[in-house]
Design a protein around this ligand. Structure first.
Ligand SMILES: [Zn+2]
Length: 258
Protein backbone atom coordinates (compact mmCIF):
# COMPACT_ATOMS: atom_id res chain seq x y z
CA UNK A 1 0.00 0.00 0.00
CA UNK A 2 1.64 3.17 -1.23
CA UNK A 3 -0.35 5.31 1.17
CA UNK A 4 1.63 3.98 4.13
CA UNK A 5 4.93 4.42 2.36
CA UNK A 6 4.10 8.05 1.63
CA UNK A 7 3.01 8.70 5.20
CA UNK A 8 6.26 7.20 6.46
CA UNK A 9 8.23 9.31 4.00
CA UNK A 10 6.40 12.44 5.13
CA UNK A 11 7.15 11.72 8.76
CA UNK A 12 10.80 11.15 7.96
CA UNK A 13 11.00 14.48 6.13
CA UNK A 14 9.10 16.24 8.94
CA UNK A 15 11.54 14.95 11.54
CA UNK A 16 14.38 16.50 9.58
CA UNK A 17 12.71 19.92 9.47
CA UNK A 18 12.33 22.47 12.28
CA UNK A 19 9.25 24.32 13.52
CA UNK A 20 6.45 25.48 11.25
CA UNK A 21 7.56 23.47 8.24
CA UNK A 22 6.55 20.26 10.03
CA UNK A 23 2.82 21.03 10.11
CA UNK A 24 2.71 21.79 6.39
CA UNK A 25 4.62 18.66 5.39
CA UNK A 26 2.62 16.31 7.61
CA UNK A 27 -0.75 17.70 6.53
CA UNK A 28 -0.11 17.37 2.80
CA UNK A 29 0.04 13.67 1.79
CA UNK A 30 -3.40 12.27 2.75
CA UNK A 31 -5.34 13.90 -0.09
CA UNK A 32 -3.55 12.28 -3.02
CA UNK A 33 -1.85 9.31 -1.48
CA UNK A 34 -3.23 6.44 -3.48
CA UNK A 35 -1.93 4.45 -6.42
CA UNK A 36 -5.37 3.30 -7.56
CA UNK A 37 -7.66 6.29 -7.73
CA UNK A 38 -7.79 9.78 -6.23
CA UNK A 39 -11.00 11.73 -5.77
CA UNK A 40 -10.65 15.46 -6.34
CA UNK A 41 -13.99 16.82 -5.13
CA UNK A 42 -16.63 16.10 -2.52
CA UNK A 43 -19.49 13.94 -3.75
CA UNK A 44 -23.05 14.08 -2.51
CA UNK A 45 -26.60 13.64 -3.73
CA UNK A 46 -27.12 15.29 -7.10
CA UNK A 47 -23.55 14.94 -8.35
CA UNK A 48 -22.65 12.65 -11.23
CA UNK A 49 -19.63 11.49 -13.14
CA UNK A 50 -16.88 8.93 -13.37
CA UNK A 51 -15.79 9.74 -9.80
CA UNK A 52 -19.28 8.85 -8.54
CA UNK A 53 -19.01 5.52 -10.36
CA UNK A 54 -15.67 4.81 -8.67
CA UNK A 55 -17.29 5.58 -5.33
CA UNK A 56 -20.31 3.37 -6.08
CA UNK A 57 -18.10 0.34 -6.73
CA UNK A 58 -16.48 0.80 -3.31
CA UNK A 59 -19.67 1.30 -1.29
CA UNK A 60 -21.67 -1.35 -3.16
CA UNK A 61 -21.42 -3.64 -0.15
CA UNK A 62 -23.26 -1.14 2.04
CA UNK A 63 -26.50 -1.29 0.08
CA UNK A 64 -28.63 -2.35 3.05
CA UNK A 65 -31.17 -5.13 3.31
CA UNK A 66 -32.20 -6.41 -0.12
CA UNK A 67 -30.69 -3.31 -1.70
CA UNK A 68 -28.17 -2.71 -4.45
CA UNK A 69 -26.21 0.39 -5.40
CA UNK A 70 -26.27 0.71 -9.17
CA UNK A 71 -22.93 1.59 -10.74
CA UNK A 72 -24.49 4.32 -12.86
CA UNK A 73 -22.37 7.34 -12.01
CA UNK A 74 -25.36 9.17 -10.53
CA UNK A 75 -25.23 9.97 -6.81
CA UNK A 76 -28.82 9.32 -5.77
CA UNK A 77 -30.49 8.40 -2.46
CA UNK A 78 -29.21 4.79 -2.56
CA UNK A 79 -25.62 5.91 -2.95
CA UNK A 80 -26.08 8.43 -0.13
CA UNK A 81 -27.51 5.72 2.15
CA UNK A 82 -24.62 3.40 1.29
CA UNK A 83 -22.08 6.14 2.07
CA UNK A 84 -23.82 6.69 5.42
CA UNK A 85 -23.63 2.96 6.23
CA UNK A 86 -19.98 2.90 5.22
CA UNK A 87 -19.25 5.90 7.47
CA UNK A 88 -21.14 4.31 10.35
CA UNK A 89 -19.31 1.00 9.91
CA UNK A 90 -15.90 2.65 10.10
CA UNK A 91 -16.65 5.13 12.87
CA UNK A 92 -16.62 8.24 10.66
CA UNK A 93 -18.93 11.25 10.80
CA UNK A 94 -22.21 10.05 9.27
CA UNK A 95 -23.42 12.64 6.76
CA UNK A 96 -23.77 10.78 3.44
CA UNK A 97 -21.19 13.06 1.85
CA UNK A 98 -18.02 11.59 0.43
CA UNK A 99 -15.31 14.04 1.47
CA UNK A 100 -11.75 13.94 2.83
CA UNK A 101 -12.54 11.68 5.80
CA UNK A 102 -14.43 9.12 3.72
CA UNK A 103 -11.78 9.17 0.98
CA UNK A 104 -9.00 8.70 3.55
CA UNK A 105 -10.75 5.54 4.76
CA UNK A 106 -11.20 4.28 1.20
CA UNK A 107 -7.52 4.92 0.42
CA UNK A 108 -6.64 3.10 3.61
CA UNK A 109 -8.81 0.15 2.56
CA UNK A 110 -7.73 -0.18 -1.05
CA UNK A 111 -4.52 -1.51 -2.51
CA UNK A 112 -2.78 0.11 -5.47
CA UNK A 113 -4.51 -2.31 -7.87
CA UNK A 114 -7.88 -1.06 -6.51
CA UNK A 115 -8.76 -4.26 -4.68
CA UNK A 116 -9.93 -3.92 -1.09
CA UNK A 117 -7.32 -4.71 1.53
CA UNK A 118 -8.47 -8.22 2.41
CA UNK A 119 -9.15 -9.63 -1.06
CA UNK A 120 -7.01 -9.97 -4.17
CA UNK A 121 -7.42 -10.65 -7.86
CA UNK A 122 -5.45 -13.87 -7.51
CA UNK A 123 -7.94 -15.11 -4.91
CA UNK A 124 -10.84 -14.53 -7.30
CA UNK A 125 -9.40 -15.62 -10.65
CA UNK A 126 -9.96 -18.91 -12.44
CA UNK A 127 -10.64 -21.29 -9.60
CA UNK A 128 -9.42 -24.42 -11.35
CA UNK A 129 -5.78 -23.42 -11.01
CA UNK A 130 -5.30 -21.94 -14.47
CA UNK A 131 -5.37 -18.30 -13.38
CA UNK A 132 -6.52 -15.37 -15.49
CA UNK A 133 -9.89 -13.95 -16.54
CA UNK A 134 -10.48 -15.37 -20.00
CA UNK A 135 -12.53 -18.33 -21.16
CA UNK A 136 -15.86 -17.03 -19.89
CA UNK A 137 -18.74 -15.35 -21.76
CA UNK A 138 -17.38 -11.82 -21.18
CA UNK A 139 -14.11 -10.13 -22.07
CA UNK A 140 -11.30 -10.67 -19.60
CA UNK A 141 -11.32 -6.98 -18.63
CA UNK A 142 -15.08 -6.93 -17.98
CA UNK A 143 -14.83 -10.15 -15.98
CA UNK A 144 -12.01 -8.70 -13.93
CA UNK A 145 -14.01 -5.50 -13.32
CA UNK A 146 -16.94 -7.60 -12.11
CA UNK A 147 -14.61 -9.46 -9.77
CA UNK A 148 -13.43 -6.14 -8.32
CA UNK A 149 -17.04 -5.18 -7.62
CA UNK A 150 -17.56 -8.58 -5.98
CA UNK A 151 -14.49 -8.02 -3.77
CA UNK A 152 -15.73 -4.68 -2.45
CA UNK A 153 -19.00 -6.33 -1.46
CA UNK A 154 -17.02 -9.09 0.25
CA UNK A 155 -14.97 -6.49 2.12
CA UNK A 156 -18.21 -5.02 3.51
CA UNK A 157 -19.51 -8.47 4.42
CA UNK A 158 -16.23 -9.22 6.17
CA UNK A 159 -16.48 -5.96 8.13
CA UNK A 160 -20.05 -6.77 9.17
CA UNK A 161 -18.89 -10.17 10.41
CA UNK A 162 -16.40 -8.57 12.79
CA UNK A 163 -13.47 -8.04 10.43
CA UNK A 164 -12.36 -11.67 10.61
CA UNK A 165 -10.97 -13.52 7.57
CA UNK A 166 -13.43 -14.67 4.95
CA UNK A 167 -12.01 -17.24 2.55
CA UNK A 168 -12.94 -17.42 -1.13
CA UNK A 169 -13.02 -21.05 -2.28
CA UNK A 170 -14.20 -20.24 -5.81
CA UNK A 171 -14.49 -16.96 -7.70
CA UNK A 172 -14.40 -16.56 -11.48
CA UNK A 173 -14.63 -19.79 -13.48
CA UNK A 174 -13.99 -20.16 -17.20
CA UNK A 175 -16.43 -22.42 -19.07
CA UNK A 176 -13.87 -25.22 -18.81
CA UNK A 177 -13.42 -24.73 -15.09
CA UNK A 178 -17.15 -24.43 -14.48
CA UNK A 179 -17.79 -27.71 -16.33
CA UNK A 180 -14.98 -29.35 -14.38
CA UNK A 181 -16.55 -28.50 -11.01
CA UNK A 182 -20.10 -29.23 -12.15
CA UNK A 183 -21.30 -25.61 -11.93
CA UNK A 184 -24.69 -24.53 -13.26
CA UNK A 185 -24.65 -23.90 -17.01
CA UNK A 186 -25.34 -20.16 -16.62
CA UNK A 187 -23.49 -19.81 -13.32
CA UNK A 188 -22.68 -16.33 -12.06
CA UNK A 189 -19.15 -17.63 -11.50
CA UNK A 190 -18.67 -17.43 -15.29
CA UNK A 191 -19.09 -13.64 -15.16
CA UNK A 192 -16.89 -12.80 -12.18
CA UNK A 193 -20.00 -11.75 -10.29
CA UNK A 194 -19.94 -14.60 -7.75
CA UNK A 195 -17.86 -15.96 -4.90
CA UNK A 196 -18.11 -19.03 -2.70
CA UNK A 197 -16.96 -18.21 0.81
CA UNK A 198 -16.24 -19.94 4.11
CA UNK A 199 -15.29 -18.59 7.53
CA UNK A 200 -13.57 -20.02 10.58
CA UNK A 201 -15.17 -17.56 12.97
CA UNK A 202 -18.74 -17.16 11.73
CA UNK A 203 -21.21 -19.95 11.03
CA UNK A 204 -22.27 -20.37 7.41
CA UNK A 205 -25.74 -19.26 8.47
CA UNK A 206 -24.32 -16.04 9.92
CA UNK A 207 -22.51 -15.44 6.65
CA UNK A 208 -25.65 -16.13 4.57
CA UNK A 209 -27.91 -13.99 6.77
CA UNK A 210 -25.48 -11.08 6.94
CA UNK A 211 -24.84 -11.10 3.18
CA UNK A 212 -28.46 -10.00 2.66
CA UNK A 213 -27.38 -6.47 3.57
CA UNK A 214 -24.23 -6.34 1.47
CA UNK A 215 -25.59 -5.94 -2.04
CA UNK A 216 -25.74 -9.63 -2.92
CA UNK A 217 -28.84 -10.47 -4.93
CA UNK A 218 -27.91 -14.17 -5.12
CA UNK A 219 -27.27 -16.07 -1.87
CA UNK A 220 -27.21 -19.86 -1.54
CA UNK A 221 -26.17 -21.65 1.62
CA UNK A 222 -26.98 -24.43 4.11
CA UNK A 223 -30.06 -26.40 3.14
CA UNK A 224 -29.76 -25.57 -0.56
CA UNK A 225 -28.46 -28.57 -2.54
CA UNK A 226 -24.63 -28.81 -2.55
CA UNK A 227 -24.27 -25.65 -0.40
CA UNK A 228 -23.81 -27.10 3.08
CA UNK A 229 -20.06 -26.45 3.12
CA UNK A 230 -19.92 -22.89 1.75
CA UNK A 231 -22.05 -19.85 1.05
CA UNK A 232 -22.42 -18.69 -2.53
CA UNK A 233 -22.97 -14.94 -3.03
CA UNK A 234 -23.47 -13.15 -6.34
CA UNK A 235 -24.74 -10.01 -8.09
CA UNK A 236 -27.23 -11.50 -10.57
CA UNK A 237 -29.54 -8.49 -10.29
CA UNK A 238 -26.85 -6.25 -11.78
CA UNK A 239 -25.72 -8.77 -14.39
CA UNK A 240 -27.29 -7.89 -17.74
CA UNK A 241 -25.19 -10.39 -19.67
CA UNK A 242 -26.62 -13.61 -18.26
CA UNK A 243 -29.79 -15.41 -19.28
CA UNK A 244 -31.67 -15.02 -16.01
CA UNK A 245 -33.93 -12.22 -14.72
CA UNK A 246 -32.38 -9.26 -12.83
CA UNK A 247 -33.99 -10.34 -9.58
CA UNK A 248 -33.10 -11.49 -6.11
CA UNK A 249 -32.69 -15.21 -5.50
CA UNK A 250 -31.82 -16.35 -1.98
CA UNK A 251 -31.97 -19.85 -0.58
CA UNK A 252 -30.41 -21.10 2.62
CA UNK A 253 -33.40 -22.89 4.15
CA UNK A 254 -31.47 -24.10 7.21
CA UNK A 255 -30.71 -20.46 8.03
CA UNK A 256 -34.13 -18.97 7.38
CA UNK A 257 -32.79 -17.20 4.29
CA UNK A 258 -35.21 -17.18 1.38
ZN1 LIG B 1 -21.01 -20.61 -6.13
Amino acid sequence: MRVNTLKRAAVAVALALPGAAIAAVVAAPAAHADGCYTWTRNLYQGRSGADVRELQVRVAGWAGNRGIVETDGIFGPKTAAAVRRFQQAYGLKVDGIAGPETYAKLYDLQDNDCTPRHFSYSELDDGCGRGGWSGGPLSASQTRQNALHTMWKLEALRRKLGDKPLYVTSGFRSHTCNDQVGGASDSQHLYGTAADVVSRTSSLCDVARTARGNGFSGIFGPGYPDHDDHVHVDSRRENNSDGIPNGTSWSAPDCGVR
